[in-house]
Design a protein around this ligand. Structure first.
Ligand code: ARG
Length: 453
C-alpha cells in the first residue's frame, strides 16, 4: 500500500523503493505512531470530523494494531506511518472510517512528532545511566580519599594529588553531560503535530490539548519551522558526542593507569579479554571499545549536520536521514555507559604503586611556594627552584639531599624549615581552597557531589 499515487501512471522504480524505504529503522517509532493516532483521532472527534462511534471504532482498531505490532513488527511498507495506516485499515471493518484518520495530517508533522516523543523518553533512560555511573564514581571517590599519586599535565608528573580528585573530575564532567542531555530532552518536547505538511491544520484541532495529552512541554509556534527543523536532534547528537569524548578521555586514563608501567589500578577480569596468541595478556578491551565508540558518536553528529546544512526550509526527503544517527547514538550510549559503570565499580586501586610513583620533582612548585611565603615574588622563586633542581640533577641526587648551605647559594631565604617541603601529603593538604586536593576540600567536594545526585 502507498499513501499517495493517484496522479501517478507508473510504478516506482524498485531501486528507488529500496533507497526510499525507512521501515527498517523507523519501525522503532511504531508505538509512538499508534499513540499519536489515538490522540489525533480524539481531536478529530472533538472538531466533528469523526463521530463518536467512528472514534470508538478507531480506538479499538488501534488497540489491535498495537497488539499486532508487538507480535510482528512490519517489514514491507515504505515507512512506519504507512504500515500503521495499512494495519488500521485491516483491523476495522469499515475502511472508510480508517481513511478519515489522516485528515489534516501529513507524514511531515507525524514523523517529527514521533521522533520527538521517542527521543525524549530514550534520553531519560540514558540520563539514568549517567546517574548510575556518577554514583559509582562517587562511591569510589569516597573510598580513595587517602590514595595519593602524581597528578599529570602533558602526561608528565606535575603535583601530588589524591586519586579521588580524578574520580571526581569525571563526576563533574558527566554532570554537565547529564545537564546537556536533559536540555536536549526539553528541546525535543515541542509539539509539531497540527503543522500538517507545512501550513497548519484547517480543522481546528486543539494543539495545546494534543501537547498535554501526549506529554509535550510546549507547542511549536510555527508550522513551517515545526516540519523543517532538526536542530533538536542535533542538540541531542551534540550532547552525545561530547559525552563520548568525556568517556573516551576517562577510558584513556584508565587504560594507561592499568598497564604494568603505571599499575595504579587493576581492571576486573570480567571487563578484560585475552589474546588468541599471547597467553599472558589481559587487555582492557572494555575501555578501548568505549574510547573507540566515541568516534561514531562524533560521526553521527557530523552526518546530520552535513545533511541539514544545504537544504531549503520545508520538508525535504533528506530529512529522513535524521533517524539512524539518532538511534545509533542512543544505542551506543546504552551500551557504553553500563560498561563504564561496571569497570568503575570493580576497579581495584593499587595504593602502593601510586605511592611508589611519587618523586620529589612533584614538589618543585611547593618549594617555590615556600620561598613565596618568605616574601620572594613567585616568578623569582620559580627561577631559584629551577636552579636548585638543575644543581641536584648535575650531582645526581634528589633535591631534598642538597645541604642547606648549598641551597643558600641560590637564596638566603632557605632555612631549616625547608625540610618540611618534602612531604607529599602536606603538599596536598596545603591545596585547601574550594576545589583543591586537601582532605578537607575533597570532603567538601564529595558533599557537593552527593547533593547533585
Ligand atoms: N519517512 C519519512 C521521514 O522520516 C516520513 C515523511 C515522508 N514525507 C514525505 N513528504 N515524503 O522523513
Amino acid at each position: 500500500m502507498k499513501l499517495w499515487g493517484g496522479r501517478f501512471k507508473k510504478p516506482t522504480a524498485p531501486e528507488l523503493e529500496l533507497l526510499g524505504s525507512s521501515i527498517d529503522f523507523d519501525r522503532r517509532l511504531a508505538f509512538e505512531d499508534v499513540r499519536i493516532n489515538r490522540a489525533y483521532s480524539r481531536e478529530l472527534q472533538a472538531v466533528g470530523v469523526l463521530s463518536d462511534g467512528e472514534l470508538q471504532t478507531i480506538l479499538s482498531g488501534l488497540d489491535r494494531v498495537e497488539e499486532k505490532l508487538r507480535e510482528n513488527p512490519p517489514l514491507e511498507d515504505e515507512d512506519i506511518h504507512t504500515a500503521v495506516e495499512r494495519m488500521l485499515g485491516e483491523a476495522i471493518e469499515d475502511p472508510e472510517v480508517a481513511a478519515k484518520v489522516p485528515t489534516g495530517r501529513s507524514r511531515n508533522d507525524l514523523a517529527v512528532t514521533e521522533m520527538r516523543l521517542y527521543l525524549a523518553s530514550a534520553i531519560e533512560a540514558r540520563v539514568g545511566d549517567i546517574e548510575k555511573l556518577q554514583a559509582s564514581l562517587l562511591q569510589q571517590a569516597r573510598a580513595s580519599q587517602d590514595a595519593i599519586l602524581p597528578g599529570y599535565t602533558h602526561l608528565r608528573r606535575g603535583q601530588p594529588v589524591v586519586y579521588a580528585q580524578y574520580l571526581l573530575a569525571y563526576f563533574w564532567a558527566l554532570d554537565r553531560d547529564r545537564e546537556r542531555l536533559k536540555a536536549a530532552r526539553t528541546r525535543a518536547l515541542g509539539l509539531a503535530l497540527g503543522a500538517g505538511a507545512l501550513a497548519g491544520n484547517p480543522f481546528g484541532v486543539n494543539r495545546q490539548r494534543l501537547a498535554e495529552e501526549l506529554g509535550f512541554d510546549h507547542v511549536l509556534p510555527n508550522s513551517i519551522d515545526a516540519i523543517s527543523s532538526r536542530d533538536y536532534i542535533l542538540e541531542f547528537l551534540s550532547a552525545g558526542a561530547i559525552l563520548g569524548t568525556n568517556l573516551s578521555r576517562m577510558a584513556e586514563d584508565l587504560i594507561l593507569w592499568s598497564g604494568a608501567e603505571y599499575g595504579f589500578v587493576s581492571i576486573d577480569e570480567s571487563y578484560a579479554t585475552g589474546s588468541s596468541l599471547m597467553p599472558q595478556k589481559r587487555n582492557p578491551d572494555s575501555l578501548e571499545l568505549i574510547r573507540g565508540k566515541s568516534g561514531r558518536l562524533v560521526g553521527n553528529l557530523m552526518a546530520l549536520l552535513t545533511t541539514v546544512k544545504g537544504i531549503a526550509t520545508g520538508y525535504q526527503r533528506d530529512l529522513q536521514e535524521d533517524k539512524e544517527p539518532a538511534f545509533d547514538t542512543l544505542d551506543t550510549l546504552a551500551m557504553v555507559l553500563p560498561v563504564m559503570d561496571g569497570v568503575i565499580k570493580t576497579l581495584v586501586v593499587n595504593r602502593e604503586n601510586m605511592a611508589a610513583a611519587l618523586s620529589p620533582d612533584l614538589l618543585a612548585t611547593d618549594l617555590a611556594e615556600y620561598l613565596v611565603r618568605k616574601g620572594i615574588p613567585f616568578r623569582n622563586a620559580h627561577g631559584i627552584v629551577g636552579q636548585v633542581l638543575a644543581r641536584a640533577a648535575e650531582k645526581g641526587v634528589p633535591p631534598a639531599e642538597l645541604a642547606l648551605d648549598e641551597l643558600r647559594e641560590f637564596s638566603p631565604e632557605f632555612d631549616e624549615a625547608v625540610s618540611e617541603v618534602w612531604d607529599y601529603r602536606a603538599s596536598a593538604a596545603r591545596r585547601d581552597t574550594e576545589g583543591g586536593v586537601s582532605p578537607r576540600a575533597i570532603a567538601e567536594q564529595i558533599k557537593k557531589a552527593e547533593k547533585r545526585l
